[in-house]
Ligand binder design. Sequence first.
Ligand SMILES: NC(=O)c1ccc[n+]([C@@H]2O[C@H](COP(=O)([O-])OP(=O)(O)OC[C@H]3O[C@@H](n4cnc5c(N)ncnc54)[C@H](OP(=O)(O)O)[C@@H]3O)[C@@H](O)[C@H]2O)c1
Length: 362
Amino acid sequence: MNHPPKTMRAVALSGHGGLDKLEFHADWPAPVCGEGEVLIRISACGLNNTDVNTRTGWYSKSVTNATGEGEGEAGDAAWGSAPIKFPRIQGADVVGVVAAVGGGVDKNLGGRRVMVDAWLRDWNDPQNLNKTGYLGSERDGGYAEWLSVDARNVHTVDSTLSDAELATFATSGVTAENMLNRAAVTTGDAVLIPGASGGVGSALIQLANRRGARAIAMCGADKAEAVRAIGAAAVLPRAPGDLQAALSGAGFATVTVVADVVGGALFPQLLSALSRGGRYTCAGAIAGPMVELDLRTCYLHDLTLSGATVPPPGAFADLVRYIERGEIKPLLAAAYPLEKLRDAQQAFMEKGHVGNIVVTMK
Ligand SMILES: NC(=O)c1ccc[n+]([C@@H]2O[C@H](COP(=O)([O-])OP(=O)(O)OC[C@H]3O[C@@H](n4cnc5c(N)ncnc54)[C@H](OP(=O)(O)O)[C@@H]3O)[C@@H](O)[C@H]2O)c1
């Protein structure tokens, strides 16, 4: 069917809390296609920690522990400045086919296979990073059969990869590319990557390599072989007692860049691993947001620290080009049917996987 029914299968988040807040519905109201929008028949949608962080309220400043352990209910429990409106269909990494186009949209988009850039922008002021939202957070996302979204968020993709494979890329890939841009990573850089087995970390390895940099990965021992196969020049333990010694043992006296999504207790050692003038860029704190910073390490070594969340417009189009050219490969760890989103998220939180987990709609 190419035209949406009045209702659809969807998983709606009913509020902050446990996995039971993810409620499957067989007859959720289907979206309609507005002016300037497209209607997408979704085939797959990738999971992300932001789903978990939003559900548990981890973004609240009142929460100071690792992802998955926080339970904030405060008004600041969203990633952005406004509280989440419930019920909300989460899911950012949407892949599907355009089934209908709204007024003012190029009709040639109809029938095309697309990936969706999850960054919602004010298209009258697209460079303004303050005027942004995220699909599945400020607007209903992809844990459903149908999605309506601004046509400018939609990118056609020409690839032999499966829909589930394509659904592994969006959030991780664009975040990793944004981090590497923020740290100006280029040929010859040695980039240390904690959390390298995960979605962002595995994308960082591949995207650093395509720039001619060397990736030094940190991950759990059971994932070391898989992480090396992604293209890491060296693989270190996720929590080496002495990071400096582990780096030296792998042939790296220092690194020029740290691209971090882990944070937590590791942070002081990560910063100390940087050479003079080194760059630390951060897009996550899965092991904990509260870290110990010795400012002397920062200023005496002329370090630059950057945060990376909202990429400028254009980053997603770059990512799609890399995918189409085969410069970045998918790492699909598992696919679950939409109805099993709770099981999928449970597995995602257990972190036994390498790459990413997706749900599929058929
Ligand atoms: N700012 C943004 O826009 C943005 C975008 C995407 C993600 N993020 C954030 O970045 C972080 C990583 O995202 P991701 O998608 O790459 O995550 P992921 O796929 O879940 O991978 C994270 C990896 O970190 C490692 N890790 C190390 N210490 C950990 C700990 N204490 N608890 C759990 N995992 C730990 C684990 O690998 P090992 O077992 O191998 O150590 C895990 O597989 C999350 O906090 C996420 O919210 C932010």
